[in-house]
Write a protein that binds this ligand. Sequence first.
Ligand code: FAD
Length: 480
Amino acid sequence: MTDKLNLLAALRQIVGDAHVLTEGDLTAYEQDWRRRERGRALAVVRPASTEQVAAVVKACAAHRTAIVPQGGNTGLVVGSIPDGTGTQVLLSLTRMNAIRAFDKDNLTFTVEAGCILQTLQEAAEREGYLFPLSLAAEGSCTIGGNLGTNAGGTQVVRYGNTRELCLGLEVVNAQGEVWNGLKGLRKDNTGYDLRNLMIGSEGTLGIITAATMKLYPLPASQLTAWAAVPSMEAAVELLGQAHRYLGAGLTGFEVMNRFALTLVHKHMPQLRVPFIDNEDYPYAVVLENSDSESEEHARARFEALMEAAFEQGCVMDAVVAENLSQAHNLWHIRESVPLAQAEEGLNIKHDISVPISRIPAFVEHAEALLAQEIPGMRLVNFGHLGDGNLHFNVQAPEGADGPTFLREREYQVNHLVYDAVAEFGGSISAEHGIGALKAETLPQYQSPVALAMMHAIKQALDPQGILNPQCMLRRAAPAA
Ligand code: FAD
């Protein structure tokens, strides 16, 4: 008890009384975005600088107290909330939201970890550049969280995951020391790549306090199309054609099954889903081309693509947005799928990837198995087909009670889907990470050699096990 009070007093001294929260409604910090889990923190600590983060970590290390870093708390795998013991410090980085520097010639912005993604996108645009990371949570997720999870989003096909957009990091390690790796170099082979080790480590190896992120030229033109396709094979065929016809111009390629679209149509009737009355098409694709060429040139190439796709039978019907507002509407439909699905009720989510060439066979196999084992289940299958990443979600049968369905079927459904993913050479986490949600599942689908190396890295960098201990790699509570 005295130890706990001493730690709280030390934390108050570091960040100020107002930024050590122990009372009042802490739901926003303690509950995960999907409201699956609710933890309880010893305190929510809100530092304002890297020095304060370092001092907080030192104090926690001295008291062998676990720390859970949190940005926007929009993560989908329960990685950013404390466990239920009331003994962990929740370190919220949201006060550290400054843009530190803009380097026009190096094409970089250096920002603090708590900077909201949308703030960075807008700052880049004001300077005439593009920061291409884009996802539906961009109004509330932070760069630190994007890096912590190596977030993907809708433009990976052209610009890569967050990892590819980062040229440098500033990190506080588990001992409370600051590593300044913000040089912003495009080439740097001086030993192990610590930046890439930290990215995607979900707050288990260090706390990211700032990052240098890459900018790109703003495209001169952007075109979006919607295509109804006769099968998943056809969608993959269309993707191949899109690569051939659009080259580097292809920036987004998303797929949605018909059931996902009927949910958007049902729960968001204000959105006009193209061809929704045509019951013959099982999938729709939204694709985007961004170019440095004029819109006229880009449109001609886009239309040539669609003509070829029609001729080959991989597109049944298509519409190319005439203007930005129509394009936004098409993307809005795609981005509304998770919300429409939530409106329909609880579901069992999977964020998987499979080599693109094997996706049609995987979907056929896994869907047939699910239909056989879970009669009446409804599959919400959508995602970033251009990256081989599907959100392969299983909704309870119509009229079934969501919580009961989850309680009784989640384990079975997960194993069925993940076994199929393994059989097809895929990954059980494409872009959301492992968090606490999949920490028990990871060892069943990751190679023992890879797991042993991961544990060795964790042990070397965080020997007390104080950084996000329930996340990703399971081990006992912090070492005494
Ligand atoms: P948090 O949720 O706060 O944290 C996520 C993880 O990162 C936790 O493990 C946390 O401990 C760690 N972390 C946070 N900050 C730091 C830091 N400074 N240093 C070290 N570790 C840290 N994800 C995608 O990849 N692609 C998508 O298309 C996508 N779409 C989404 C759509 C919606 C509607 C929602 C709600 C989420 C979506 N996500 C998506 C998931 C989520 O938005 C991303 O994972 C995002 O990158 C998390 O950022 P955050 O700031 O909210 O991080």
